[in-house]
Design a protein around this ligand. Structure first.
Ligand code: TXA
Ligand code: MG
Length: 342
């Protein structure tokens, strides 16, 4: 039986945190909110605990986990070196929705890094997450708390849908703050953005000048076998319905979606629109205001709502690749069966 514990981050009940920390020490699994999305937590250094994560999520074993720490000092024993660029980013951004990839030290087991010689590390910016790391006395492995390929969880309710009676504790603090995962930068060689997220490229380039962007990020290359991040080759964030992203000029997007609705009219169709004036007939209309924070807050939740409504197809209107939209569009591309350019 999964226990659901409510903890208020503004007034943390240490007894409840200790109960969760005991579970982590026993190599079992706890789900809890971070500022980005809910995470599924286990003791990073325990092989059985991390194996349990892979089993619970149905995650391929070559897809490594991010290591979560609560204090910069913990980094020294986990990585080989801390490059200057990483130091600069850590000064400004830690704790923050940023994950940095380092050369890993010898104490890190291969099973959690998917046999890569690097390790991804992040310090979450959430009082519950930080309190639990401290109380557990170990670095924490924490992927997003969703079944593999499913939309990421931004509310406890999403975690309950995927993991009720499959894990030990779900800590419930209703919603997250950023609603999209951390930005991942590989700093182990020349700085490269592997996953856009809560911190934008502009914010990073104000600190370390220029970073390269991996081609998979913008969706120009979908599958890259030599991917720097193994997850790039897997489908992600997807609802049950087939997702189609319609990308191009606003006027063309609307007429293309109307054509697609006609062609597929025997199916249950949903349209996620981002332009207020666009409403579509005989479909489930989901309008997400094109303000970037509103979309990031709602996109994963909307996917899950459309699952409940048993939609067969979802057409999504493209918006922009700037700022936080880069992260949102990246998630939508990864969830899509096809991108239709108009
Ligand atoms: O915001 C976040 O980062 C959330 C919260 C819970 O902290 N966590 C998260 O973890 O998004 P996950 O496992 O869902 O996504 C992390 C991605 C993985 O898909 C993995 O492939 C990539 O980070 N990754 C982990 N270690 C890596 C490494 N050494 N090199 C390249 N990519 C790596
Ligand atoms: Mg994930």
């Amino acid at each position: 039986m999964t226990k659901i514990i409510k903890i208020n981050p503004r007034n943390i009940d240490q007894n409840k945190i200790n109960v969760a920390a005991d579970i982590i020490k026993k190599w079992w699994l706890v789900a809890l909110p971070t500022e980005t999305v809910y995470g599924l937590w286990a003791n990073w250094l325990d092989k059985q605990a991390t194996k349990n994560i892979f089993i619970a999520k149905g995650r391929p074993s070559d897809n490594p986990l991010i290591l979560h720490i609560s204090d910069k000092k913990e980094l020294n024993r986990l990585v080989k070196t801390i490059p200057e660029n990483a130091k600069k980013l850590m000064e400004i951004f830690r704790p923050w929705p940023l994950t940095i990839i380092f050369q890993k030290s010898d104490i890190i087991p291969n099973t959690v890094t998917g046999w890569l010689d690097t390790i991804a590390v992040r310090m979450p910016n959430h009082p519950i997450a930080l309190a639990l790391i401290k109380a557990s006395w170990c670095p924490i492995a924490a992927p997003s708390a969703n079944l593999s390929t499913k939309p990421s969880p931004t509310k406890a309710e999403h975690v309950i849908q995927d993991f009720m009676d499959k894990i030990d504790i779900i800590i419930n603090w209703w919603t997250c703050k950023v609603w999209v995962e951390s930005t991942i930068i590989d700093i182990s060689w020349e700085p490269m953005l592997l996953r856009p997220g809560g911190i934008t490229i502009k914010q990073i380039e104000e600190i370390i000048w220029k970073i390269k962007i991996h081609p998979v990020v913008s969706g120009t290359t979908k599958w890259n076998i030599n991917a720097k991040a193994p997850w790039m080759k897997y489908r992600h964030y997807a609802p049950k319905a087939e997702v189609f992203l319609i990308e191009g000029k606003v006027e063309n997007i609307q007429s293309e979606i109307n054509n697609l609705i006609k062609i597929n009219n025997w199916k249950k169709i949903a349209v996620i629109s981002t332009h207020k004036k666009h409403t579509y007939e005989n479909v489930i209309n989901k309008y997400l205001w094109s303000n970037k924070n509103d979309i990031s807050k709602k996109i994963f939740n909307t996917f899950r709502e459309l699952d409940k409504e048993n939609s067969d197809i979802i057409f999504i209107e493209w918006i922009s690749e700037k700022w936080l939209w880069l992260a949102i569009m990246n998630r939508i591309r990864k969830a899509s069966k096809k991108i239709i350019y108009v």
